[in-house]
Every structure is written in C-alpha cells, then in structure tokens.
Design a protein around this ligand. Structure first.
Ligand SMILES: Cc1ncc(COP(=O)(O)O)c(C=O)c1O
Length: 428
C-alpha cells in the first residue's frame, strides 16, 4: 500500500489541493485536515460496487467515525443515510439535514429517556435486547414504530479485541438462537418488525468473517420470516470494512467483496423466499478513514535512554495508537518521500508514558519545528478526542480544490471550563 501521497513543486505534502505546510502556518497545529473529494470518492466507489449487483441497496454512514457536521452534510448530499448509536448522534444527523426516515438508531444499554428521544425523533430503532423491546412497548404504541433487531451471529472480527462486536463475548444484540422467539415476542407486544441487523466488528480487511456473518444472518432472517411471518423490508449487515493502516496491508477488493456479498444475498433471498428487501450496510471507517490527516509540529528532539521526537498533539487528540496500539503512518510534511535514516519514538504531549504515536519508527531526519502528518486520521480520530490534561480540543479544516474552510474552531481554555461551577461557599 503506497498511501497515495501527493506533493507540490516545493516537495510539500498536499491534501485536497492544499499545501499542508501552509495550512499549518495559517491555522496552527495540531490540525485535522479533511479532504472533501476523498469522502465523496470513497462513498461513490462503495455505492457503485454494490448497486450494480442489487438495486435496492442503501448505505447508512456510521457517523460515530466522524460526526463533524460538514462531513455529514457531504454524505447527505451524496445520498447516504445514517447509522446513529446515541441520541447525540441522532440530534447531529437531524441538524445535518437527514430526514428521520434516513436514520437508524442502534443503541445498546439504552435508557428509557433515550428511547423516548429516539421515538420522538421519528427514526427507525434497531433493538438490542428484550429489555429494550419491553420498555419501548410501554413508551409508545408499538404499531407506530419501525423496528429491527440487532442479532449477534456468533461470528466476530476486527482490528482489536475492543472492536469485535459479534461472538460469545460480545455485549451486543440478541443471540441468533433466540431470534425466532424474540421476533415472536415483538409481534405479541404489537410491533411489526421490518428489519434485521448484525454488525460483527470494525477494521475488517479479510472478507471471510463478514461473509460468514451474512450467511448466518440470512439463515436467521429465513427462519424468522418463515416461522413468525415477518416480511422484511431491510436486512442490514452493519459496517466494519477496513482500510490499510500499515504499509504492508492491502486494500479490500471492494468490487469482489460487493459481488460475493450480493450473490450470497440473492441466493439466500431465493432459498427462503424472502422477496426483495433492501440491503443496508453501515460503513464508517471505509468512507472517512483515509480522508483526513492530523498535522502536528515537532517541538522537542530529546535523547534520553531512547530518542524521542516530541510533538504538540497527544492521545487527547488522536487516541487510536494509545487505546488500540494502532499503527498510523507518519511522514514529514515537507519531505514525505524522504528515506528513513533513524528509528525514533514519536511522543505526544499528554502526561502519560503511553502517549506515543509511534515506537521505534523508521523516520528521516527530524528537527525541532518540522511538521509531521499522521495519515488515515479521519475515522475514530477527532470523534474520540478529549480535553484530557485540560487541553482544548483541536481545530478541523475542510479542504477542496486547494481551498480550505474551518469546520470546527479550536477550543479555548474557557471552552474547557465552560460547564464547571464552583459553589459560592468555596469562593470565600
Ligand atoms: C452498529 C455499528 N454499525 C456500524 C459501525 C461502523 O463500523 P466501521 O467504522 O468499522 O465501518 C459500527 C462501529 O463500531 C457499529 O457499532
């Protein structure tokens, strides 16, 4: 995988037609830079790969990957729907212009208040447990609701154990063996379920487990349809499509993947006489993951027991390396193709030893003041950032054809403190 790096006549890294060194000068660092056309390209590549094999197909962008309103507007314009996992994500999607009918809420361990919010918003609800179903039946008239169930197909996959959401250790969904009973309970309560769903994990580059899950979910759908008399309007295979983070990883062959999934889908529809329900998928990472970089400036070169390059971002800004041990490729913005001459640790500015973007990373010569670009920082990057160490959250800019717009202002110290109160008795 060569990460498709572009440079200008000065040899500087370019994203969305904009010189990264100029972006860093204009807006400061750390800085997330989001490439609009890359998001559109990723969406269209995926959509076209599936739609040509099966016409009733929809993408529900899993907005947890990146909830910036501008990113969501781009995807609304492309025709996407939204997978939301919290009331906050429903609220964001509505604000970004998605009709409620284009939003599917897949919550887990959901409170009654959260269910009321979802019902009042008019979105489809993907139910995670019998408890949730029963509480939902008391909150609203069941026949007014479009619901589906998240089924755990006993297959899991993902780039890290925290990101595997299927299998017998997973907290998500109902067990596949109980699906027939649960759909029956739903009918008895007055619901008319219209869908079935599974999501087995995130960061999948090997299609095999995904195909297994599709197979299992279709068998479950067949049983539920034939035994309970449910007519499915949609079958949703969730997200999880991975992107290469390591240079030695290859991209998913999306054409082949789409062909295999849709063929299997069509065979199973026929086998169980399921009609022609919509096929949904819920990718997050695949659409936005490689569309952003994080620019961070080196402020300290230090030879301790090891050699460190210290930068002005930390795991408060990009958590994945510390949280999952994830690899993110890092280049010098003014010489992205320079050959490595050293192995060095690239450390953030958070007061914890685990705050490392890379350990022993082969890098070219790096000096204080150099600008680094951390690649593939579009998914689970800003959306997982925090104010830890009282650091204001960073800025995001959107680039397109050489132009840039701020899509999120840099926070201030006042923003960090804005929701705190000190009782009057402590002010004396
Ligand atoms: C229910 C659901 N759908 C879709 C996704 C998207 O996953 P990814 O970004 O790997 O495509 C997730 C992520 O965890 C999820 O929980």
């Amino acid at each position: 995988m060569d990460f498709d790096l572009k440079t200008n006549e000065k040899g500087n890294l370019v994203i969305g037609g904009a010189d990264t060194t100029k972006l860093a000068e204009d807006y400061g660092t750390p800085l997330y830079v989001v490439d609009e056309s890359k998001i559109r390209e990723n969406y269209q590549r995926l959509y076209k790969a599936f739609i040509k094999h099966y016409s009733d197909f929809k993408i529900f962008y899993a907005c947890k990957a990146n909830t910036n309103l501008a990113v969501m507007r781009i995807l609304e314009q492309e025709g996407s729907s939204i997978d939301a996992v919290s009331p906050g994500e429903i609220y964001t999607a509505l604000l970004a212009g998605f009709e409620p009918s284009r939003i599917l809420f897949t919550g887990n361990n959901v409170t009654d208040d959260e269910l009321r919010f979802a019902v009042a918003s008019g979105v489809k609800i993907n139910v995670d447990s019998v408890s949730q179903l029963q509480r939902l039946s008391k909150i609203t008239k069941p026949s007014n609701l479009d619901i589906s169930f998240r089924v755990n197909p006993k297959v899991g996959a993902g780039h890290h154990e925290h990101c595997i959401t299927g299998g017998d250790l997973s907290k998500f969904g109902i067990m596949e063996e109980e699906a027939v009973d649960v759909y029956r309970i739903a009918k008895d309560l007055g619901f008319n379920p219209i869908g079935i769903h599974a999501h087995i994990g995130s960061g999948i580059l090997d299609p095999e487990p995904f195909i297994m899950a599709v197979k299992t979910l279709m068998d479950v759908a067949g049983r539920v349809s034939n035994e309970v008399g449910i007519k499915f309007q949609f079958i949703d295979f969730g997200g999880g499509l991975g992107i290469p983070y390591l240079p030695e990883e290859s991209k998913l062959d999306i054409e082949l993947f789409a062909k295999e999934i849709t063929n299997l889908y069509k065979d199973k529809l026929k086998e169980y006489n399921l009609g022609k329900p919509y096929m949904y998928i819920e990718p997050g990472r695949y659409i936005v993951g490689d569309a952003s970089i994080l620019l961070t400036r080196v402020n300290t070169i230090k030879q301790s027991y090891r050699k460190f390059a210290g930068v002005d971002a930390g795991f408060n800004t990009l958590l994945r390396p510390s949280m999952y041990g994830s690899y993110h490729h890092i280049v010098c913005a003014n010489k992205p193709f320079a050959q490595p001459v050293q192995n060095i640790d690239i450390a953030g500015n958070v007061c914890e030893s685990g705050d490392l973007f890379a350990r022993d990373r082969p890098m070219p010569d790096i000096q204080e003041g150099d600008l680094l670009a951390i690649l593939n920082a579009g998914a689970y990057a800003f959306s997982m950032s925090s104010q830890y160490n009282s650091r204001p959250k960073t800025m995001e800019v959107l680039v397109n054809q050489g132009n840039s717009d701020i899509i999120r202002e840099r926070e201030t110290f006042a923003d960090v403190l804005s929701k705190q109160n000190v009782p009057i008795r402590l002010l004396k």
